[in-house]
Design a protein around this ligand. Sequence first.
Ligand code: FPP
Length: 255
Amino acid sequence: MNVRPDRKTHLPVAEGAVARFPRHVALIMDGNGRWATARGLPRTEGHRQGLEALRRTIRYAGKIGIEVVTVFSFSSENWRRPETEVTFLMGLLRRFVQRDLSELHEANVRIRVIGERSNLEPGILKLLEEAEELTVSNTGLELVIAFNYGARSELVRSIQRISAKVQSGELRIDQISEDSVSEALDTGGLPDPDLIIRTSGEMRLSNFLLWQAAYSEFFFSDRYWPDFDETAFDEAIASYSDRERRFGGLDSGSL
Ligand code: FPP
């Protein structure tokens, strides 16, 4: 029988066994504002502490052997927030990339950015592209930063990319498949998220990874994002590990 090592325990697991450890975890980091308001602090302090929680989570995900972590750091809808908050979030991303890039690179983290790039401030765009270029050959944790991201707009971009291929004669309409749509998304080449975690007690997907989440498991934590720590992450993974994923089929006991 073929065996592969379990990513957490590194013990051999029989081929075909139920995957007990998520390869790809996606995070909706919600509740920064409420965390701050509950403490009488400005919302921006919640975002600052949210960045600390993100740093902690990336380190821990690498340590326990998760392959891909996708974080929803700024949605296409977040532009509707007060200008001061938008400016703060842009500055936070800039500081995160500037300050943490060398450490992430040393830790063998590969950075990938998903989302709409056309309306980004050129300075930020350049920084994000440099981070991707520097880490492109890294083989450790893949950190996917969803920035200026909305899943519907990503799907539109995917359709545009496919249509361009049809128009140029590279692809026939009857060759368009689920695989070609997946490939044309910003996340092309990545495994779909096994587990999506949303903090702060909200139970919505909020236009995040709509196509990719078709068979994802969900975990909703009542904690606000700045309070998300290793224990909360373990709790989400333990919950995932206890579930049986059938991908539309029957469980093995019914066969
Ligand atoms: C949601 O909380 C969070 C955001 C809109 C921003 C997420 C950003 C971070 C965690 C900062 C670090 C990330 C990077 C890469 C810069 P909310 O403000 O909507 O909270 P609320 O619902 O309580 O108001």
